[in-house]
Design a protein around this ligand. Structure first.
Ligand SMILES: NC(=O)c1ccc[n+]([C@@H]2O[C@H](COP(=O)([O-])OP(=O)(O)OC[C@H]3O[C@@H](n4cnc5c(N)ncnc54)[C@H](OP(=O)(O)O)[C@@H]3O)[C@@H](O)[C@H]2O)c1
Length: 371
């Protein structure tokens, strides 16, 4: 097996570690399964898992292996990814060899899992080291059994569903709070897929305030072509935003300097700021220019927390129905502008990794790594 690892304290350093390459290299206990990872998506979201790995616990999902050559794992970690895998060995009843799964995987050839709570459509990986982590990440969908499962949507699902479920939750949270009294919604890092998912939801909601995309000059072309946002502004022209109109900010960038400038520009009309992401992770880590952020009207948004809340409010069936139909529709609509770019194996990921972490992948490209 090969595994893609990254330095936890320096997200520019990666390596591929070889750790056995056959099914026989894995020791499975009774109840365990072994899955072969087939494909996964890779976006700024995966880089963010590393940028906040210590705070949120993302390093704990998949501990790095020391490999055939006994590499030192100290300081190394694994960035989780979303994708598909097939069961290749099964020591548990109810999950036969050949079943296809969707969920959270390591960028590696195989994953040994300990399924619990096996239902017709899902189960949980109850591996001990994952037990304290947010339950949504430990849940796997049994896609083979899904009514209407369409393998031709696998790429869009791997790429967009983990992001667009967040977009749905952001729209729901904003609406639930009556848009925080704002008359404009400013979306930072507007060319990201999570932002575009939110833009779909807001464009479809007649009650939603007008939206403004805030993005880099490099990506404003795509943002305009989408035709989803009411207005577009680049980071260099933040003061073009009308400070007389009460605003709510949804921030995917984590760029504290930009946020401080925008909060200062809006002043009392900065009604609320929802901190969602950090596509500009280097600026987030440097904390440069952060003075001026109105922290008392800022909140951190964690999609798994909102998902758990709505599952309890609506029940899992209604939640799945509402989010499922949203994500299916937005994935189909994304075919108008998004191209899934195939990447060959973990070496292909290693070759393109610096472009992803450096923000040099065009926003209308979606990387799908096939193993
Ligand atoms: N809190 C939550 O629960 C939650 C859930 C899902 C996603 N998120 C977060 O939302 C963010 C968006 O994720 P995504 O996967 O949708 O992103 P994505 O589609 O890969 O976003 C790409 C865009 O991000 C910006 N970017 C990426 N890397 C950059 C870099 N190094 N320097 C400058 N700009 C860079 C660029 O947009 P611009 O030019 O427009 O800035 C680029 O077009 C991530 O931080 C992700 O972790 C959070």
């Amino acid at each position: 097996m090969s595994e893609f690892q990254i330095r936890r304290d320096d997200l520019t350093q990666t390596r591929i570690v070889a750790a056995g390459n056959t099914v026989e290299d894995f020791q499975l206990d009774s109840g365990d399964i072994l899955v072969k990872i087939d494909r996964f998506a890779f976006t700024a979201n995966n880089i963010t898992y590393g940028a906040v790995g210590d705070q949120i616990g993302y390093w704990q999902f998949f501990p790095p292996s020391s490999g055939d050559n006994g590499e030192d794992t100290d300081g190394w970690g694994i960035l989780p990814v979303w994708g598909f895998a097939d069961v290749v060995v099964s020591n548990t009843e109810g999950l036969p060899v050949g079943e296809r799964l969707y969920g959270y995987f390591p960028p590696a050839d195989f994953l040994k899992m300990t399924p619990k709570g096996i239902g017709p459509s899902r189960f949980t990986d109850a591996a001990e080291h994952r037990s304290a982590l947010p339950p949504g990440y430990n849940m796997y969908r049994r896609v083979t059994a899904e009514p209407g499962y369409d393998p031709s949507m696998d790429n869009e699902r791997a790429l967009l569903y983990p992001l667009h479920i967040t977009s749905f939750c952001l729209w729901d949270a904003l609406k639930d709070k009556n848009w925080h009294g704002a008359e404009q919604i400013l979306i930072l890092s507007a060319s990201s897929k999570t932002s575009i998912g939110l833009a779909y939801a807001l464009a479809d909601d007649k009650a939603a305030p007008q939206t403004t995309a805030v993005t880099s000059s490099r990506n404003i072309g795509l943002v305009k072509r989408l035709g989803l946002y009411g207005h577009q502004v680049t980071y260099d022209n933040l003061t073009d935003i009308d400070a007389n109109v009460p605003a709510v900010i949804v921030d995917m960038s984590g760029n504290l300097g930009l946020l401080a400038k925008l909060h200062t520009h809006l002043g009392g009309n900065m009604k609320h700021c929802i901190n969602v992401g950090m596509t500009h992770w280097e600026e987030f880590q440097s904390k440069e220019g952060a003075d001026g952020i109105i922290t008392e009207r800022s909140e951190f948004f964690f999609a798994p927390g909102h998902i758990q809340k709505r599952m309890a409010d609506w029940g899992p069936a209604e939640f799945n129905e509402r989010t499922g139909s949203f994500m299916h529709a937005t994935a189909l609509r994304s075919r108008d502008w998004l191209t899934c770019t195939p990447i060959d194996g973990l070496q292909g990921l290693a070759d393109i990794f610096a472009d992803v972490s450096g923000g040099r992948i065009a926003p209308d490209q979606g990387l799908i790594i096939s193993l």
